[in-house]
Design a protein around this ligand. Structure first.
Ligand code: TIU
Length: 243
């Protein structure tokens, strides 16, 4: 069982930044928020990878790259923690359940060789994050065997160690790995915000529906906000919520 989010004692608390968001303003506490960029890998975004093997038009995901990069750069300027995830498997596929590998009739399966190496296998070119969003030394990279980033990883312990209580999300795909991870985070007690332009789906209607699902019922999963609202809040000197 996962322990609830805990705050290390002596963590300095400064007044939260206020981000206009749906279903209501998101209060982002400096020092306790991490940016989590989900699976912005060549295997999902470029032709010849896992996403295309499933029959998808991968060009639809490209739209999220520049907004995610703007968010990442603003976050880095603040010096706050960044987590990158990669959906990936060990070369012997011992962490890939047969039910995942054998599902459906893809043109290539996980572990099969393609133009960017073996699909979704760690260390292969296709498994890497696109160059625009490449992790910097010191940023956290979580290799995850599932759709959710908490499943089978040490993400929970890593975030707890950093005293993180709030997550800002970018990445692909909106309704699969992003939404799954936001739901996992919600159940673990994190407040999560999805940045609308910094996420994409092979199915634009699924992205739109997912945004609605997240914010419905008073934020049953979390919050959503446009990129500009987040960037504005991150600018030095941006107004803060009254403590
Ligand atoms: N197929 C699809 O939409 N997504 C995935 O398989 N993985 C992620 O979302 N990263």
């Amino acid at each position: 069982m996962n322990a609830p989010v805990s705050i290390p004692i002596n963590t300095p608390m400064t007044a939260p930044l206020t981000i206009p968001a749906r279903p209501f303003a998101f209060a982002l506490p400096p020092g306790r928020a991490a940016l989590i960029v989900i699976d912005m890998q060549r295997d999902f975004i470029e032709p010849g990878g896992f996403g295309e093997s499933l029959g998808n038009d991968v060009s639809l995901l490209r739209a999220a790259v520049a907004p995610a990069q703007a968010l990442l750069l603003a976050w880095r300027e603040r010096g706050w923690p960044v987590v990158h995830t990669r959906e990936s498997h060990l070369p012997d596929l011992s962490d890939c359940p047969p039910a995942k590998r054998e599902r459906g009739q893809p043109s290539l399966r996980i572990g099969d060789p393609g133009p960017m190496g073996r699909l979704l296998v760690r260390g292969e070119p296709g498994c890497e994050i696109v160059p625009e969003l490449a992790p910097l030394p010191g940023e956290i990279v979580i290799d995850k065997p599932g759709k959710g980033a908490f499943h089978g990883t040490d993400l929970q312990a890593t975030l707890q160690g950093l005293g993180v209580t709030h997550l800002v999300f970018a990445g692909v795909t909106t309704e699969v790995c992003v939404q799954t991870t936001m739901r996992e985070a919600n159940d673990r007690g994190y407040d999560s915000l999805l940045v609308e332009e910094a996420t994409a789906s092979y199915f634009p209607e699924f992205k739109a529906a997912t945004l609605e699902m997240i914010v419905a019922q008073g934020g049953i999963v979390g919050w959503a906000a446009p990129l500009e609202a987040v960037l504005e809040a991150l600018r030095p000197g941006a107004p803060r919520q009254e403590a």
